[in-house]
Write a protein that binds this ligand. Structure first.
Ligand code: URA
Length: 236
């Protein structure tokens, strides 16, 4: 594999970033800085970035700030997908750990670690925090109704798990969900006679959307963020 492709694949940098890393002599092959992006690597070569060995093995984890109008899918014939925004090498095998609606903005986690995303999505294991803007003022009793569990249209037999609601303005609130049903936040507000005008996901499983990421931007997760996603079960 070419050196620039290998570094991009293993370090979650774009190819243009990698060219800069090579120019800055931050990439070494077998201990020597290399500037030739097209150098053909063999299996025996040891590649380092800032002294840290890069290897092809190991799962990858990213956060992305999803803009409105982009779908949380790996492929779509009509719309841009979050994977189209993730300008990294080797996107095959990556999937979205918890989708957002096309008009919802905010934190999307992307990984090729199926067990990790399974834990992230499993009901009752993690909370997701959303910021909501509604069409009409939110009644104070919505807090207890969300906490008690709501009966959603079409799923009357299985009320929602207790959800925390904090009213932060007449038509604005924060919601913490322990599960991820189809259009859940919108359907919960519909169940109390309101309507969601705008929805933004701020955090999942203790992983906060990085405020430095503009809509459409992404970065690799830190080791702490990956570990936060691995913790299981919410305190009861
Ligand atoms: N709930 C919704 O209604 N939509 C989302 O995108 C996420 C949660």
């Amino acid at each position: 594999m070419r050196l620039d492709k290998f570094v991009a694949h293993t370090s979650a940098h774009s190819r243009s970033d990698v060219r800069r890393l090579l120019r800055d002599k931050r990439v070494c092959v077998n201990g020597q800085p290399v500037r030739d992006a097209g150098l053909a690597l063999t299996a025996a070569d040891l590649v380092t970035l800032d002294g840290n060995a890069l290897t092809l093995t190991g799962p990858r984890y990213f956060m992305l700030h999803k803009p409105a109008g982009v779908v949380s899918a790996t492929e779509d014939s009509e719309h841009r997908t979050v994977l189209d925004l993730l300008q990294t090498e080797g996107r095959e095998g990556l999937h979205v750990a918890g989708r957002l609606d096309i008009d919802t903005t905010g934190l999307v986690l992307i990984t090729d670690d199926g067990q990790w995303s399974h834990r992230i999505k499993a009901p009752g294991r993690h909370e997701k925090r959303y910021r909501v803007q509604t069409a009409r003022p939110i009644e104070a009793d919505a807090v207890t109704r969300f906490a008690a569990g709501l009966s959603l249209r079409g799923e009357e037999d299985t009320p929602t798990r207790p959800a925390r609601l904090e009213i932060t303005g007449a038509c604005e609130a924060l919601v913490w969900l322990q599960e991820g049903r189809y259009h859940q936040v919108k359907r919960m507000f519909a169940a109390i006679g309101n309507h969601v005008d705008a929805l933004h996901r701020e955090a999942v499983a203790g992983i906060e959307l990085d405020p430095a990421l503009a809509p459409g931007a992404w970065r690799a997760l830190t080791a702490e963020e990956i570990a936060s996603g691995q913790l299981t079960d919410l305190p009861q």
